[in-house]
Design a protein around this ligand. Sequence first.
Ligand code: ZN
Length: 311
Amino acid sequence: MPQPNKVKFDWWFYIIPVLFVLSALFHYGLYNAPGILRVVIYYLGPLLVSALAILFIFIGIIHALVKRPFLNKKRLISFGLLLLFPISFVVLMNTNGNIMAAFPSTHANYKSKVSYRLPLDGDIAVAWGGNSADVNYHVIAPDQRWAYDLLVIKNGSTHTGSGKNVEDYYCYNLPVLSPADGKVVAVYDKMQNVKIGELGAEPAHGNHVIIETAPKEYMILCHMKPKSILVKKGDVVAQGQEIGRVGNSGNTSEPHLHVHLQDSKQLSFGEGIPLYFSNYYKNNQYIERGMPQGGVDRNNKLIGDVVRNAP
Ligand SMILES: [Zn+2]
């Protein structure tokens, strides 16, 4: 009589269904848990699942070395399935961190009582901004869910000359104006400008100011010009007051002002809040309150709204 295949799954195989359940729980939590838990899950969930999978791959290898033969069909399946977790994590990291269309912030339907003005005067081009990924690449980041990147475009370009120097850029050195009355809760002003196109500088926000504009409402303004910040922690600022100048510090591809609203004064942590601007013109049409949009066309040409603060 031929022996039936009596090879069983090793005990460590059973972590795999646990990891699938854990992944499903995290996914559910991301869309249903209270705000701060969503942020924690967003940053740590995939990491935890991948780390557990790798740990059990090592345990499996050691076990297989002791209990020979090293490989059988069921061990192959076990190793293959375990590898799926870290591989999908790496794939997600390389597709900009997430497969979500946008971070599911609990503040999605929140409308601030504060009237925010545009933080720059004159004709301002919205490179990125708005509610969806096609017009705003920030939407996948929890804190920057409704962030804007603002700059100036003239004759179809953001700069004059070669564009190799920060001074070539039309928005460079423009006064940054406080979008609302508030209290400065943090200032960072220690960075130099980065070279044009030199990405990855830390801290990513560069020289920045954080203004508390309402309870649990913090305005973050980033990448400012070195030594240009005029306010310090504890200062009370008025809407429209100059707080610094547009620069190219931090993780930035070219001079621009990054601005967003979040529910925590902790940088890179917390949930984004929809940021609407009040009293401005969009391509010469008056807008009482709105969320300007950014975006690019197929040739990577900026085609977002051009807005101007109304006097
Ligand atoms: Zn930005």
